[in-house]
Design a protein around this ligand. Structure first.
Ligand code: DX5
Ligand code: ZN
Length: 238
């Protein structure tokens, strides 16, 4: 298996341009997974967001290696794997082998976060760290060189279809300042409860990529929902 067939979505990113859109496979129809993967292939989306839940770190179990492998087999865009599992260091290498281009682990699940992020890069992937609602962005201050993306949870993780918690909005703004101050070019992502009504606000606060499950796969026209999300950034005032 070659991982090089997937270019990094980060490389093509232009600040202020269209958002990076990562439809969440969690909201796809698992009985028609190939159909939904191919829909995303044809769309303006940039990545596949793949939510792995272990029933321990979060109160839900989603799927594991066989499903990630099946998505990868049909995907023509990078797989952004979000590990909501305890001790993610035990599985990083295997998710990379199964086709992940980006791997995000939770700050709250890692005793040695820096080591795990290094392990992700050594596996040839973009390294991401996710922060739950209660975790302040300042925990990342001393390790800004160690990650390529930060995922701000805009809900309590574990389930799709929840409402965005507005506390997350100033947090994105704070993280943008922190990364700018540190000279980091890491991307900021937002995950949970995102749709056309709130995504412009999150992009304005400093988000670069947007994870969207229900608002994409629950839409009458998912391709159009992706197109609209991608282009919903508020025009900059001259
Ligand atoms: C939840 C997951 C999300 C979820 C988002 O824990 O991390 O990626 O799929 O789903 P929506 O967009 O439906 O809130
Ligand atoms: Zn996610």
């Amino acid at each position: 298996m070659t991982l090089s067939t997937h270019v990094s979505g980060g490389a093509a990113f232009r600040p202020g341009g269209p958002a990076i859109i990562a439809p969440s496979v969690l909201a796809a129809d698992f009985a028609n997974l190939q159909r939904d993967v191919e829909l995303v292939n044809r769309s303006d989306a940039d990545w596949f967001h793949v939510d792995v839940m272990d029933g321990v770190f979060v109160p839900n179990i989603s799927f594991g290696f066989p499903v990630v492998e099946a998505v990868y087999r049909h995907a023509r865009k990078p797989l952004d794997v979000h590990l909501m599992i305890v001790q993610p260091e035990r599985y990083v290498a295997e998710f990379a082998r199964k086709g992940a281009s980006h791997i995000t682990v939770h700050y709250e699940a890692c005793t040695h976060l820096h080591r795990v992020l290094t392990q992700i890069r050594e596996a040839g992937c973009q390294a991401g760290v996710a922060l739950n609602m209660q975790t302040p962005v300042e925990v990342l201050t001393d390790i800004t060189d160690a990650f390529d993306q930060v995922l701000i949870m805009t809900i309590n993780p574990g389930f799709g279809g929840q409402q965005l918690l507005p506390l997350s909005i100033p947090k994105v703004r704070k993280l943008r300042q922190l990364l700018q101050g540190a000279g980091s070019s890491a991307l900021i992502g937002v995950d949970g409860g995102l749709g056309l009504s709130n995504t412009p606000t999150l992009l304005d606060a400093g988000a670069d990529y947007v994870v969207a499950g229900t608002s994409v796969f629950g839409a009458d026209d998912p391709m159009d929902a992706i197109r609209q999300l991608k282009n919903c950034r508020q025009p900059m005032v001259a």
